[in-house]
Design a protein around this ligand. Structure first.
Ligand code: ADP
Length: 496
């Protein structure tokens, strides 16, 4: 068994020696008294003088010393009777009574001794258990507190002291609500009362993130788990508290990094596009300039042959068209990316994109609901690009709901006409004013202080390159719905 295991009651060798020593001493003393003084009771030797010796031996040493003392006493008494003139009925009865008392005291003595040893072992066990519990309380990194059904603190672990800054004697016996800020502080008693009355669990056995308040008045997010315990007639609640400031900080940082990454990748893509564009356009533009300058010189000299002039202007026009082609090709390149569209499942695309877009947004109280139609699950899509579209739309939705009370994003899919699937992202945000709606998909249009205004324009380029369409509309009841379509995958492909 472990440290809390039971132990058998044991008698130490020292107490053994004492018991036997006392036994012999008592019997010897009684024998001495009986032989030297020869006291008599009712004319017979006072054999009952041995009784105290027998009782003391049994009480101190238990069965064996008691029996030894009884045997020795009976022998001693018999010697005394023989010396005082021999046995008669009365003195024989005395001897038998002495023997019986000896047996009975030995039996009681043994029981007494065992009971005493048991009690000592139990006390040791309880002491050991509470030391063990105390060491657990002292070392567990989570703060642990126990309150009674009135909310008064009974136990307050060292980790709790480190977390809240109060010493144990400042909080023990006081209401646990002192460790939380208003308005929870004023309502905590009512929370316990309601639970005791209705049995409805809001936190017990469930656990959640709540706000704690330190001695210096600062507050911090903490994860609280509560367990209920009944002991005797009382009900107690044990709270386990963990400071999650660090975790939330990390998540927020991760969230910032994520946003930064999206911005950087947009910037890089645009930077690459811009430099390629500049490089490729340089050639036709300088050709156009040369043709026009040449034509100008011909006109200045006054001998412009209309044929030559017309030829130069045609060539300039060709170069201008070539420049237009380059821009088109680049746009297609940006939109198409590397691969051809493959059969993808809408459910998976949406799920992964949501996870990517919402890192860190959970604690902001945004909830995401899905209304995905299984009949519209297969689409032809470039996974990375369509996820980029979804991430943009979801992040815009989160941004739009920053100041609103209700923060719900609903992502839905449904079959659309002409072999398409429509995916929509709906928010409960501030909505889009009409002057913004007109310019929504224009590159570099933004209403955000740190916005780039390229998200929606990239979304449109990607969706159109997939053969679909994208549009925004006001959601009934407030907020915005962005809808875009993708080609549904041909049925023979998804049976494969
Ligand atoms: P950015 O997000 O960098 O501003 P976008 O092209 O993604 O660039 O968005 C352009 C603008 O469209 C935003 O600044 C915002 O004003 C508006 N917008 C986009 N999505 C929403 C939405 N869900 N609700 C309200 N306004 C939106």
């Amino acid at each position: 068994m472990g440290p809390l295991g039971q132990q058998k009651p044991m008698r130490s060798p020292a107490s053994h020696a004492l018991a036997y020593g006392a036994t012999l001493a008592c019997v010897a003393l009684s024998l001495l008294v009986v032989l030297l003084i020869q006291p008599e009771i009712a004319g017979r030797p006072a054999t009952l003088l041995f009784v105290p010796a027998v009782i003391v031996a049994a009480a101190l040493g238990g069965a064996l010393p008691g029996l030894i003392a009884s045997g020795a006493s009976v022998v001693g008494a018999a010697i005394a009777i023989a010396r005082a003139g021999g046995f008669d009925t009365a003195s024989t009865v005395d001897l038998i009574v002495l023997g019986a008392i000896g047996l009975a005291s030995s039996w009681f003595g043994e029981r007494l001794l065992r009971a005493r040893a048991d009690a000592a072992a139990r006390t040791a066990e309880v002491t050991e258990q509470s030391a063990f519990l105390q060491s657990v309380l002292d070392t567990v990194p989570d703060a642990i507190m126990v309150i009674d059904d009135r909310g008064l603190l009974l136990t307050y672990s060292p980790a709790a002291k480190r977390l809240f800054g109060y010493d144990a004697d400042e909080v023990l016996g006081r209401n646990v609500s002192m460790l939380m800020p208003s308005p929870y502080r004023d309502h905590h008693d009512a929370y316990i009362e309601r639970y005791l009355k209705t049995g409805e669990r809001r936190i017990i056995g469930i656990g959640r993130v709540v706000v704690g308040q330190r001695k210096d008045g600062t507050t911090f997010p903490m994860e609280l788990a509560v367990a209920e315990m009944r002991a005797g007639s009382g009900r107690y609640f044990t709270g386990f508290v963990r400071d999650v400031t660090e975790r939330q900080r990390t998540e927020a940082r991760l969230h910032d990094l994520q946003t930064e990454l999206i911005h950087v990748s947009r910037l890089t893509a645009m930077g690459e596009m811009a430099s390629a564009l500049a490089h490729e356009l340089n050639q036709p533009l300088s050709a156009i300039a040369n043709y026009l300058r040449g034509s100008r010189r011909l006109i200045d000299r006054g001998d412009a042959d209309p044929g030559v002039l017309g030829g130069a202007l045609d060539k300039a026009a060709d170069q201008a068209l070539r420049a237009g082609d380059i821009i088109h090709r680049l746009r297609d390149f940006v939109a198409k990316g590397e691969g051809e569209p493959l059969v993808e499942r809408v459910g998976k695309l949406v799920e992964e994109a949501t996870a990517l877009a919402l890192v860190g947004a959970k604690e902001l109280g945004v909830s995401v609901r899905y209304a995905l139609d299984p009949e519209a699950d297969f689409v032809l899509a470039d996974r990375v690009q369509i996820q980029q579209v979804l991430v943009n739309l979801i992040r815009n939705a989160v941004d739009a709901m920053e100041g609103t009370q209700r923060r719900v994003i609903t992502i839905a899919s449904a079959p659309a006409e002409g072999g398409f699937v429509e995916i929509s992202v709906r928010d409960t945000g501030i909505g889009i004013p009409s002057e913004v709606a007109e310019r929504l998909f224009q590159p570099f249009f933004t209403t955000k202080p740190s916005g780039m205004g390229v998200g929606l324009s990239i979304c449109r380029t990607i969706v159109e390159a997939h053969g679909g369409r994208i549009a925004a509309e006001a959601a009934p009841g407030g907020g915005t719905i962005f809808r875009f379509t993708l080609r549904a995958a041909p049925s023979e492909v998804h049976h494969e």
